[in-house]
Design a protein around this ligand. Sequence first.
Ligand code: IPE
Ligand code: IPE
Ligand code: MG
Length: 236
Amino acid sequence: MNREKLPNHIAIVMDGNGRWAKNRSLPRLAGHNAGMMALKEIVKRTSTLGVKYLTVYAFSTENWKRPETEVGGIFNLLVHYVDKELEELNQNNVKVRIIGDYSKLPKKAIQKIEEALAKTCDNTGLQFNIALNYGSRDEIVRATRLIANKVANNELKPEDINQSIFEEHLFTRGIPDPDLVIRTSGEKRMSNFLLWQSAYSEFVFTETLWPDFTPECLEDAIKEYQRRVRRFGGLK
Ligand code: IPE
Ligand code: IPE
Ligand code: MG
């Protein structure tokens, strides 16, 4: 891996926890738990490599369709993860940020999230963005509503709306677009993740289930990224 040509922003669809558990005849939540442990190692490696932004898809706007016990279990795991890891994240200078409307989460999860945000807000190392109750369509509609309100209040003129104004109203405001998007578990779809932001991202799909995704797998994905030629519509 070429340490000089690291992606500035890596985004990951952490998929395959359920299948990982099923393969072991374990309950789905055991898969989510194993997924949290995998995440912990990925955050560490990303941070030591010197990647500036990591965004992980933890819960989508569509994941509410799952049984209540699974949904509740995922948020309990989140609380547990923050409880256990916040100190170390902070020591490693990691800054936590949430994308998505997390006000819809259980109260306990909101409290933990806000604790993590407050504790790490001045950190200058890896920016770790967790997508919670996140969906791109929801995000784009929300941005449109925010902009429409500004127009209605004469704070903004329709002719002044451009791509950068639009981006300022997305949950990802201020975060550069992902260079590399990884999806585990063999599915080859976006599932409503960063649709606007990934217009020119490089995609790496791997069969590995998320709980089995190690820092070495991450480095393999980065190597593949480094072999790609990015043209952004121009000529090389
Ligand atoms: C991804 O794993 C985690 C979440 C969506 C919260 P899944 O739970 O989707 O695992 P599979 O796709 O059923 O294997
Ligand atoms: C995408 O995985 C969402 C997260 C990883 C949080 P899903 O498992 O929900 O996606 P689909 O349903 O297979 O498209
Ligand atoms: Mg899945």
